[in-house]
Ligand binder design. Sequence first.
Ligand code: AGP
Length: 610
Amino acid sequence: MCGIVGYIGSKQAEPFLMEGLSKLEYRGYDSAGIAVFNGEKIVVEKSVGRLNALREKIKGHIPQGNIGIGHTRWATHGCPSDVNSHPHVDCHGEFAVVHNGIIENYLELRKELMARGHHFASETDTEVVAHLLEECYQGDFAVAVRAVLKRIRGSYALVFLAKAHPDMLICTKKDNPLVIGIGQGENFIASDIPAIINHSKESYILNDGEMAIVRADGVEFYQTVSGEKFDKEIFTINWSAEAAEKNGYEHFMLKEIHEQPKAIRDTLSGRLDITNNRVVLNELNWSLTDLQNFHRIFIVACGTAYHAGLVGKYYIEKLARIPVEVDIASEFRYRQPIVDEHTLVIVVSQSGETSDTLAALKEMNRLGATTLAITNVVSSSIAREAQKVIYTMAGPEIAVASTKAYTTQLIVVLLLALYLAGLKQTIEPTEMEKILCHLRDLPEKIDMLFAQTETIEKLASHFKDKNDAFFIGRSLDYAVALEGSLKLKEISYIHAEAYAAGELKHGTLALIVPGTPVIALATQRHIHEKTISNIKEVKARQADVLAIVPRDNTSIEQVVDHVFYIPETVDLLAPILTVIPLQLFAYYMAVARGCDVDKPRNLAKSVTVE
Ligand code: AGP
């Protein structure tokens, strides 16, 4: 996600633009830019790096003018660079645009526009919007914007500035937020409330399919499709500035847990071709021959990313029938793994900067392996070191405890497994179709889970004074149990361990005494009865058991003390649903124990040391 601002009024635009962007840096911070109309032309200043780099760049020649737009970028298409930063302009500098979101059909539009003589300066999806506006403009700014919206597909929040119309900004949105702050003789546009909260508490919240013409003395609203004018109610902001950065959530972690439906939609965007029953990964473009060159696959990562790798192993082996080994990066690089040109090494890293993972990747490149990175940060060190990259589209993850990065990593490793299986034809078309349809429906099923938050809060209150906890499961549930255990221990400081459910009786069962918390995951139908037997083992020792099971499994209520149901899905996708209550459980346990949820003791968001 990115940060967007716009200003029109009686004052100079630049001060609000820069201050507003500074309030939005948590949304995107790899590059920034502003565009201001100075009475003669649209002056564009932009710079790679944090906002301070832009501030330094314009020092001494700050663009003057009382109308402008600005942007802080979280790169999705095109590496962070001066030229890829927003705002983007058309061929003649008549229009400038800032964008938050993904233009799914930008490649075809770019080809069309280039064929008609347009020159592109950047690699971004956004720049096609500026050139489309140039083509569609025939004197009426709003009509031209509506024509552009008919051509683009994807998600967007857009703010447009036109040299020929210096008395207005036009903004519109689909799937990404935009808010308009109402001032006296001035108005403010932003992708989020923190940017405007110090200037106005009165605002308009734009909805999908709406566009606004924002002038210094007022705002007009139109339906983007019909062009029909309408009035909007004013929304009074009653948040503190600090609460606003978290979109009203108490912690970034809770905000990011709730961002997962959108993060998953964005990560799936352009990659699910349900019509043709296939997965599209243009980043790879492997042939069957390329694939036959891989005799084995390693997945290498740390922490939560390692847990995503364990799920990826299961997916790739089950669907594509290629052997996969999963390794902790700090171990892998020192155990002299058997690697050659027939090895594919996949590294997984949210930050793309984890030292152990980066070092392992460099070693694999040196040994001649094919390397593929799955990361959330465009142009990160790991993204640049790997031969191929597939990005998760989770947006910035601020909380130390990884949540939306993990679920989007699971989405990408599943897409990769399906892509490989499709190439090798190791999956029945009916199976592929079923999985793709359930994948598409995942975000709304996660929203259904959020409706049960109160249940999780009560469970956290019940268990909060415990000092030990065990997470158990089999197969995919065991991989998710490891992640649930890490979440709990890293933010609530409770000593939590995850065990393969079948392994307990080989020693750990000795630790189970009356009241010991056991979180049992039992979502995998093919081994459900075995897991139930293991749950009965701990119940026989009077453990206090919370089971997480599919909705249709009510018989479990006779066996355990607490049950949390997840919506119906295929077993393969259960991990992406099961982890949500585990994330929430860890969060509410940490809150109940008064821990620093977003910045837990001893930990850092990105571990750039060995
Ligand atoms: C996850 O909640 C932890 N913060 C930590 O284990 C993290 O997953 C690990 O350090 C790897 O980070 P990366 O994904 O940025 O490489």
